[in-house]
Design a protein. Sequence first.
Length: 133
Amino acid sequence: LQRRMRELGAEHPETQRARLDLAELYWLGGKPLDARSPAEEAWQALSAAPEAEPALLARAQSLFGAVLAEEGELEGAEELLQAGFDGALQASGAGAAETRAAGERLAQLFERTHRPAEALRVRGLLAPATAGD
């Protein structure tokens, strides 16, 4: 991340991708609080960039939304998770791994907030994983 910031600049899409990779590593490693800063920074930068790659913005929205949900900020989390899922569906399609991840994060929030029908609806929009995913 530091190298990309030096070489490409703090706002470059590849720097934001590295921030999201770091946030995701923290998230997958069971450290959601450590994931907040890089996820939020990437989301802020990509949200402010009119030329942001739609799939990258969707990834940032979904990951930051998941972090907020983990912290109990459910209203803000739902807005971001929904935007991230919608953006991923539009940018990458229902079968993309990132779309499935965004959909699952949103479905988990719906389950957490006692809305199983909405969780089922979201999961129904996703294409099944293929052998190459």
